[in-house]
Design a protein around this ligand. Structure first.
Ligand code: KIV
Ligand code: ZN
Length: 512
């Protein structure tokens, strides 16, 4: 008998906790729709009490998604649980996910609570959540460093209080596969009512073992895995969804379960998350890296050409590579664009938004002959970015470069509607443009990362630039795309500057 393995995606919550990966409501909706097409069972949309913006984003996802359960995170306090319910209640299917830390170090140093107080808070939270829904998940934060008997006692009590999913996270990525698998098996057999709940795992990747640990848990009875697209997440990230799903699928001879994931949507989700968050995917990343299905060595190529299975254990098209690469161009009309965007899960709230995107599409098509799906994703992201950029916007840019001469940039910015001009020299054209921006803004930010990626192949490809800025300990990412990489660089810098200069206060779920 093959069991169902529940795929719980937390890209929009734990993934978003990566420094600089914060997403807007519109971005969260786009990713949620892509996750729905991927057929994930549960989408953790955020932490509703974190800020009014987070609440609205979870609510918008709850009102949009029909085919996956939408989940909201809450600590054990009444206000957290009530807020999660308010954000989720319009979803056809929703789950409240409440958690508290159970390890001695977290209880003593972070929560400053006695184990009995933690026990009571957990039971009380689950009961409160059960007043709103019969789909309640309880997580014992830092479970892999928790004391076994205490953990068993709390798990038994929250199941008795109505928790239907028990999640045992390896919060700090400390576990190793054999030991963690054994731990899951022992807890499940030690807790008398464990058959009344689905056991779940949530592994962080600090030692590079998140996927290995999750799969070891699956072999020992866990039937839900919490994971993220591209392995995004706090610090070194979470278990990568695509790796878990493809491991279980490719080795169905070994794993006693299957998922309902539509694997051909994997690449689309991966690209979308990377574009929106500005976290590039490393080329040798399993499943979704640019090299994952490329064969460099002559011997491998020869083998693959003779018989694919000599070196390939999965088919590229099964993860959505090379499929449906419909190319649009200069002559494509509004309908072709609208149809392709719809297939990519992008729909517009108003005709005005569609008109604006069509204008931008035509402008791009004038500069670039073939427009691929990746270009469209960037085009739409860029429009969303432009909206976020409203306060500081690029009006015009002129850059002069010549061999042997110092590059010079002249730019005009609109700041809340007032136009300001600056001119600066730099080590290169991007440096000159950034210096000109700072002449006007004097923002005090530190540039921590600057990276350019070609969105597609060819020298006419759009460059997608990601910058990471830091100010007073706060980190944000900014993105920009354009066929002119200097313009893309300026857009990315302004995108990040807008976020860092006009911050929104958000509560972090895992601080005390
Ligand atoms: O890593 C963790 O323990 C978490 C919990 C909030 C589930 O993200
Ligand atoms: Zn986590």
């Amino acid at each position: 008998m093959t069991d169902r393995l529940i795929i719980f995606d937390t890209t929009l919550r734990d993934g978003e906790q990566s420094p600089g990966a914060a997403m807007t409501k519109a971005e969260k909706i786009r990713i949620a729709k892509a996750l729905e097409r991927l057929k994930v069972d549960v989408i953790e949309a955020g932490f509703p009490i974190a800020s009014p913006g987070d609440f609205e984003a979870v609510q918008a996802v709850a009102r949009t998604i029909k085919d996956s359960t939408v989940c909201g995170l809450s600590r054990t306090g009444d206000a957290d649980i009530d807020r999660a319910y308010e954000a989720l209640k319009d979803a056809p299917s929703y789950r409240i996910h409440t958690f508290i830390a159970t390890s001695p170090i977290h209880m003593q140093k972070k929560l400053k609570m006695e184990p009995d107080e933690v026990f009571e808070a957990a039971v009380r939270a689950v009961k409160r959540a059960r007043n709103y829904t019969d789909n309640v998940e309880f997580s014992c934060e830092d479970s892999s460093r928790s004391e076994f008997e205490f953990l068993s006692r709390i798990v038994e009590a929250v199941i008795a209080a109505g928790a239907t999913t028990i999640n045992l996270p390896d919060t700090v990525g400390y576990a190793v596969p054999e030991q963690y698998g054994d731990f899951i098996r022992r807890i499940m057999s030690n807790v008398p009512n464990s058959d009344k709940a689905v056991f779940s795992v949530h592994c962080h990747n600090d030692l590079g073992l998140a996927v290995g640990n999750s799969l070891a848990a699956v072999m020992n009875g866990a039937r839900q895995v919490e994971c993220t697209i591209n392995g995004l997440g706090e610090r070194a990230g979470n278990a990568s969804l695509e790796e878990i799903v493809m491991a279980v699928r490719t080795r169905k001879d070994y794993f006693p379960c299957e998922t309902r994931i539509e694997t051909t949507e994997i690449m689309n989700c991966s690209r979308l998350v990377s574009t929106i968050t500005g976290f590039p995917v490393q080329p040798n990343k399993a499943i979704v890296g640019a090299n994952a299905f490329a064969h460099e060595s002559g011997i491998h190529q020869d083998g693959v050409l003779k018989h694919r299975e000599t070196y390939e254990i999965m088919r590229a098209q099964d993860v959505g590579l090379n499929s449906n690469r419909i190319v649009l161009g200069k002559l494509s009309g509004r309908n072709a664009l609208r149809t392709r965007l719809k297939e990519l899960g992008i729909e517009f709230q108003s005709e005005q938004d569609m008109n604006e995107t069509f204008k931008r599409f035509k402008d791009l098509a004038d500069r670039k002959t073939e427009i691929y799906d990746e270009d469209l994703q960037a085009l739409v992201s860029d429009s969303a970015t432009e909206i976020a950029n409203e306060h500081i916007r690029l009006v015009s840019l002129r850059v002069r470069t010549e061999t042997g001469e110092t590059p010079r940039a002249t730019l005009v910015l609109s700041i809340g509607g007032d136009e300001r001009t600056a001119e600066a020299d730099g080590d290169g054209p991007v440096d000159a443009a950034y210096r000109a921006i700072e002449q006007i803004m004097d923002s005090g930010v530190q540039l921590q990362l600057y990276s350019v990626n070609a969105i597609t192949t060819g020298t006419d490809s759009q460059g997608e630039v990601t910058v990471r800025l830091e100010r007073a300990g706060r980190i944000v990412n900014g993105q920009g795309a354009d066929t002119d990489i200097i313009v893309a660089s300026v857009k990315a810098y302004l995108n990040a500057l807008n976020k860092i200069l006009f911050p929104v206060h958000r509560e972090h779920p895992q601080t005390a």
